[in-house]
Design a binder for this molecule. Structure first.
Ligand code: ADP
Ligand code: MG
Ligand code: MG
Length: 893
C-alpha cells in the first residue's frame, strides 16, 4: 500500500501540525484563507520518522509522490525544474511540530545549475541576481547536505569582497558572483570530494534527506532537551516555489511580530532588509532596518503587511511571528507561527487579548508559562549602581544578568559547570552556540537584530540578551572586546540589561522585580479560579512580608533552625548543645526562649489573620557546631607550651571532643527531627512555650494568630502521639496560666519518611494536618542523598534518559507521588477533615502543582518568589483537572 506522504499547501490546514509540522500546517492554512503564499507542498513527519528508522532510506514510493508534486508545481507556475528557459526554483525547508527556530536546516534557490542560472540571468536581465542566488544555493547545500563548514565559503567570500574593494554583499558585482561560484565548486572538491551536483533531481532528493537528517543534528537535540520536545516527533519538509527579495531595491525580506515580543505592546514590530534573501535577516549578517521604515520606503507593501498581520492575529487568536518577502513590490508570506515572547510580553499580550475580547480568562491563564514568571520576578538592575556604561545595543530580551566574559559556547558551558556565572559574547550567535546560550546568564552580540537567532533563542529561554551592539568590537582570537578605547578580556565581569540594551562594566547588583499591573490582573484571575491554596516557606519576618506581598495565604513552612543560626543566638545554641547536664541545657534554653518568642511575634505580626506553620527543630545538632577539621587546625596553631594559651587549648579540646561525639555516619538518617525532640524534650518544650507566649502577646495586641505546630520526620505514630501530648500539655499550662484563655492552634506532622506514608491511617488520629516534605521524602524513597546525587550521578541519569527530570525539582509522581496519594487517602479515611499539602521546592514547580491538584491536596507551600508562579500554576492545574473531570462525567453519562 502506498501511503500519502506528500500534501499540497492546498490540502492541509492549521489542525494538521502533527503530520505537516507547524510551518507546513500554517502555510496550508494561510493558503486556504487566500493569503499570498508561494505554492508548494509538504512531506510529512511520518516520512521523516520512517527515513530515520530505516537507516536513512526514504520510504518506498515517496519519490514518485514528490515527482508528481513537482510536476504539479511546474504546471501551475509554467516553469520547468532544471530547465534553462524559465527555471523553477524551490526552497527545501525544515518544519517541526513544535517550533524550533533555526535549529534545523533550510536550503534556498534549489534547482539552479550551470545551465539554469544562465537562463535565470537572461530571463530577469539580471545576471548579478542570478549568480547571487546560485552562490547562496551552493553554500547552503554544501553546508547542509555535505557538511562543508561555512567558514570555508565565508573565507572565499571575504577574499572576493576585499579584491572588489567592497564592504557589503549587495555591492559585489555580477562577475564577482560568477567567479565565486567557480571557487565554491573547487571548495566542494577540496572538502567533499565531489563537485556541486548539476542534476536538479539529485539536488532535491539529497536536500530532502539532509533536512530530515537535520532532526538529529546536535543543536536540535540540545534544543529539544531544554524545551522538553519529544525526540520522536520528526520534522516535515516543505518544498516551496522561491520568491526573491534579492532582485533589486524594490525587493526585500523581513520578519514581523504582530506585537512587541519583549514588551507586549500592540503594533507591528520587526525588521527587514532591502535586496536580501531570508537567511540574511535571521543570521544577523547585516543589521536590518526597523519595520516602521518600510512605511516610508514601500507604503503600499507596509499597508498590506499590517492588514495581513492583523488578520492572522485575529485568525489564530495569538501574537504571530511572520516571515515575508517582497519581490518587485509584491508581498509574499512565507511563514507564520505563534511568536516567542518573554514573560513580561506574554502577560501583557494575554491580558490584552482578553480585554480585546479575543480570549477567555481561562485561555489567557493557560497561555502563561509558569517557568518564565520566575525570571520576571527576579530581575532588573539597581540603577543607582550603574557607574560604568560601556555601550548600548538592541534590547533583545529583558532581564539583567552579571557574569564573566567568555567568547565561545564551549567555554561558557565549561565555566558554568564549574559554578561560574558567564556572559556569552559573540559577534553573532548561530544555532551551534545553543549550549553556550543555555549555560550563560546573558548574551551579548555585536551584530544582528531583534529577530536574530541570539535574540529569538534568548527570549525563548527568558535570558537577558543585548544584540547588535555595534560600538563594541569583538576580537575572538585575542579573546577581547574593544570598546571606546578600552579592552576587556575573557574572565572580566560584565552586566547586561536586556530591557534597555545597556552593557555595563563590572558587577551591578540586581534589584528585585515588582508585580506589574498585568501580572496583578492575571493573578486576580488565577485566584478566582484555583482551589489549591498557596502558602509560603518563610523563616524570617522579611520573608514573611515578601510572601504576603506576593499573595501567600499563610506560611506553610517556617524553619526554626535558621533562627538558631543568627549571630545573637548561635553561641547560646552551642552552649545548649555542649551542656554537660540537663540543668545546664535548660539554663541555655531559658536564655533562648525570649529571643525565639520575639522571632515568632514578628512573624505572627506580619501574617496577621493567616496560618503560620512552625516546624520544630529538625537538623542534626552538629550542624550548629564548628567542624572538626577546623577545630583541629585551630588547636595546632595555638603553639606548644605557651601558658597563656592553656585555657583556649582546653576549651578547644572539649569542643572538639563534643563535636566528635556528635559525629554521625549518616546524619540525614541520624538523630534529627522528632528524634531530637524525644531525646531532648526540653528543646521542643522551649520552642512550644515560645510559640504560645508569642501568640498570646500578639492576640493582646489585636493580631489574629493561627499557629500550626509541625513535628518533623515522624515515621511511627507513637512518636507523634508522644510529642503531641507533650505540646498539648504545655499549651494547656501556658494558656491556663493566662486565666484559661483560648487559642485556636493545630498540631500536625511532616510526612517525609516512607513509613509514615505507609502508615498514614495510624498517624492521622494524632495529626490535624499532613505536610509532605517532598525533599526528604524523595531522598528516602529513591535512596538518594540529594547533595551526592546532584553532585555526582544525577546528570548522567538525566543525560542517558534514565530519569526524565531531576526528582528534586520535579516531583517523581510515579514513586514519591504514589506514597503521597496513599497517605492522603489513608489519612482521610480515618480523618476526613485532615488538611494536606506539600512544602519544599516542589511546591513551586508547575508539574508538581498539577499533581497536587490531581490527588486533592489542600495547599502547596513554596519560596516567596515563587508564590505568583504557584498561584498561576494552581489555576492552570484546576482548569486542566476540571476539564478532565467533566470529560469523564460526560463519558460516564
Ligand atoms: P527557519 O526555520 O530557519 O526560519 P525557514 O525554512 O523558515 O527556516 O527559511 C529560512 C529563511 O528563508 C526564511 O527567512 C524564509 O522566509 C526564507 N525562505 C524560505 N523559503 C523561501 C522561499 N520559497 N522564497 C523566499 N524565501 C524563502
Ligand atoms: Mg522560518
Ligand atoms: Mg525534612
Amino acid at each position: 500500500m502506498n501511503q500519502k506522504q506528500v500534501y499540497g499547501f492546498t490540502e492541509g490546514n492549521a489542525g494538521m501540525k502533527t503530520l505537516l509540522g507547524g510551518k507546513g500546517a500554517n502555510l496550508a492554512e494561510m493558503t486556504r484563507v487566500g493569503l499570498p503564499v508561494p505554492k508548494g507542498f509538504t512531506i510529512t513527519t511520518d516520512a521523516c520518522k520512517a527515513y530515520l528508522h530505516h537507516e536513512r532510506n526514504l520510504p518506498q514510493g515517496i519519490m514518485t509522490q514528490i515527482t508528481e508534486a513537482m510536476a504539479d508545481l511546474e504546471a501551475r507556475t509554467g516553469q520547468g525544474f532544471g530547465e534553462r528557459e524559465n527555471p523553477l526554483l524551490v526552497s527545501v525547508r525544515s518544519g517541526s511540530v513544535t517550533s524550533m527556530p533555526g535549529m534545523m536546516d533550510t536550503i534556498l534557490n534549489l534547482g539552479l545549475n550551470d545551465e539554469s542560472v544562465e537562463g535565470l540571468a537572461k530571463l530577469t536581465g539580471n545576471p548579478r541576481f542570478a549568480y547571487d542566488c546560485y552562490r547562496r544555493l551552493m553554500q547552503m547545500f554544501g553546508n547542509v547536505v555535505l557538511g562543508i563548514e561555512h567558514i570555508h565559503f565565508d573565507r572565499l567570500l571575504q577574499q572576493l569582497k576585499t579584491e572588489e574593494g567592497v564592504m557589503d554583499d549587495q555591492e559585489v558585482s555580477a562577475d564577482g558572483w560568477i567567479r565565486l561560484t567557480g571557487l565554491y565548486n573547487s571548495c566542494y572538491i577540496k572538502h567533499a570530494n565531489r563537485p556541486f551536483p548539476q542534476n536538479v533531481h539529485e539536488q532535491l532528493q539529497l536536500a530532502i534527506e539532509a533536512v530530515f537528517g537535520s532532526w538529529n543534528n546536535p543543536r536540535a537535540i540540545v534544543y529539544r532537551k531544554i524545551n522538553q520536545i519529544p525526540d520522536d516527533q520528526g520534522t516535515a519538509v516543505n518544498v516551496q516555489c522561491m520568491v526573491f527579495g534579492n532582485k533589486g531595491n524594490d525587493c526585500g525580506t523581513g520578519v514581523v511580530f504582530t506585537r512587541n515580543p519583549s514588551t507586549g505592546e500592540t503594533g507591528l514590530y520587526g525588521e527587514y532588509l532591502i535586496n536580501a534573501q531570508g537567511e540574511d535577516v535571521v543570521a544577523g549578517i547585516r543589521t536590518p532596518q526597523p519595520i516602521q521604515t518600510l512605511h516610508e520606503e514601500m507604503p503600499d507593501v507596509y499597508e498590506q503587511l499590517s492588514r495581513v498581520a492583523n488578520g492572522l492575529e485575529l485568525h489564530y487568536k495569538d501574537m504571530q511571528d511572520i516571515e515575508f518577502t517582497v519581490e518587485n513590490g509584491k508581498l509574499y508570506l512565507l511563514q507564520t507561527r505563534g511568536g516567542k515572547r518573554n514573560a513580561q510580553a506574554a502577560l501583557k499580550i494575554a491580558v490584552d487579548l482578553v480585554t480585546e475580547g479575543l480570549l477567555r480568562k481561562e485561555d489567557a491563564l493557560n497561555r502563561i508559562e509558569a517557568a518564565h514568571l520566575d525570571q520576571l520576578l527576579h530581575r532588573g538592575i539597581d540603577e543607582a549602581a550603574v557607574k560604568d556604561l560601556l555601550a548600548t545595543g538592541l534590547p533583545a530580551s529583558p532581564g539583567a544578568a552579571a557574569g564573566q566574559i567568555v567568547f565561545d559556547a564551549d567555554t561558557a558551558e565549561e565555566w558554568a559547570r564549574s559554578g561560574k556565572q558567564v556572559i556569552l559574547v559573540r559577534p553573532e550567535t548561530t544555532p551551534e552556540d545553543i549550549h553556550g546560550v543555555l549555560a550563560a546568564e546573558g548574551i551579548l552580540t555585536s551584530r544582528g537584530g531583534m529577530t536574530s537567532h541570539a535574540a529569538v533563542v534568548a527570549r525563548g529561554m527568558g535570558k537577558p540578551c543585548v544584540c547588535g551592539c555595534e560600538s563594541i568590537r569583538i576580537q575572538l582570537e585575542e579573546k577581547r572586546i574593544l570598546v571606546d578605547g578600552r579592552s576587556l578580556t575573557e574572565g572580566e565581569w560584565l552586566t547586561l540589561d536586556g530591557g534597555s540594551g545597556r552593557v555595563i562594566a563590572g558587577i551591578v547588583p540586581l534589584r528585585e522585580a515588582e508585580i506589574t499591573p498585568e501580572l496583578e490582573r492575571m493573578l486576580e484571575w488565577a485566584d478566582e479560579v484555583r482551589t489549591l491554596k498557596v502558602l509560603a516557606n518563610a523563616d524570617s519576618p522579611q520573608d514573611a512580608r515578601t510572601a504576603r506581598e506576593f499573595g501567600a495565604e499563610g506560611i506553610g513552612l517556617c524553619r526554626t533552625e535558621h533562627m538558631f543560626l543568627s549571630p545573637a543566638k548561635l553561641p547560646i545554641v552551642q552552649k545548649m548543645i555542649l551542656a554537660e547536664s540537663k540543668e545546664e541545657r535548660v539554663q541555655a534554653l531559658a536564655q533562648l526562649l525570649p529571643m525565639q518568642q520575639q522571632d515568632f511575634e514578628e512573624i505572627f505580626e506580619q501574617m496577621d489573620g493567616l496560618p503560620v506553620t512552625i516546624r520544630l527543630l529538625d537538623p542534626p545538632l552538629h550542624e550548629f557546631l564548628p567542624n572538626s577539621a577546623e577545630l583541629q587546625k585551630q588547636l595546632a596553631q595555638l603553639g606548644e607550651g605557651q601558658a597563656d594559651a592553656e585555657p583556649e587549648r582546653r576549651r578547644l579540646t572539649v569542643l572538639l571532643q563534643k563535636v566528635n561525639s556528635l559525629h554521625e555516619a549518616n546524619p540525614m538518617l541520624g538523630q534529627r527531627g522528632c528524634r531530637l525532640g524525644i531525646v531532648y524534650p526540653e528543646i521542643y518544650d522551649m520552642q512550644t512555650e515560645a510559640i504560645f507566649k508569642a501568640a498570646l502577646k500578639c492576640v493582646d495586641a489585636g493580631i489574629k494568630v493561627l499557629p500550626e505546630i509541625m513535628i518533623p520526620l515522624v515515621g511511627h505514630d507513637s512518636e507523634l502521639k508522644l510529642l503531641r501530648e507533650r505540646v498539648e500539655a504545655l499549651a494547656r499550662e501556658i494558656l491556663g496560666e493566662e486565666k484559661g484563655r483560648r487559642l485556636d492552634y493545630k498540631i500536625g506532622t511532616m510526612i517525609e519518611v516512607p513509613r509514615a506514608a505507609l502508615t498514614a491511617h495510624r498517624i492521622a488520629p494524632y495529626a490535624d494536618f499532613f505536610s509532605f516534605g517532598t525533599n526528604d521524602l524523595t531522598q528516602m524513597t529513591l535512596g538518594y542523598s540529594r547533595d551526592d546525587a546532584e553532585g555526582k550521578f544525577l546528570t548522567h541519569y538525566i543525560d542517558q534518559k534514565l530519569l526524565s527530570h531531576n526528582p528534586f525539582q520535579v516531583l517523581d509522581t510515579e514513586g514519591v507521588g504514589r506514597l503521597i496519594e496513599m497517605a492522603v487517602s489513608a489519612g482521610r479515611s480515618v480523618k476526613p477533615s485532615l488538611k494536606t499539602g506539600i512544602c519544599g521546592e516542589h511546591g513551586g514547580d508547575k508539574e508538581s502543582i498539577f499533581f497536587c491538584q490531581r490527588v486533592g491536596l489542600n495547599y502547596v507551600s513554596c519560596s516567596p518568589y515563587r508564590i505568583p508562579l504557584a498561584r498561576i500554576a494552581a489555576a492552570q492545574a484546576w482548569i486542566q483537572w476540571n476539564g478532565e473531570q467533566s470529560r469523564e462525567t460526560a463519558k460516564a453519562g
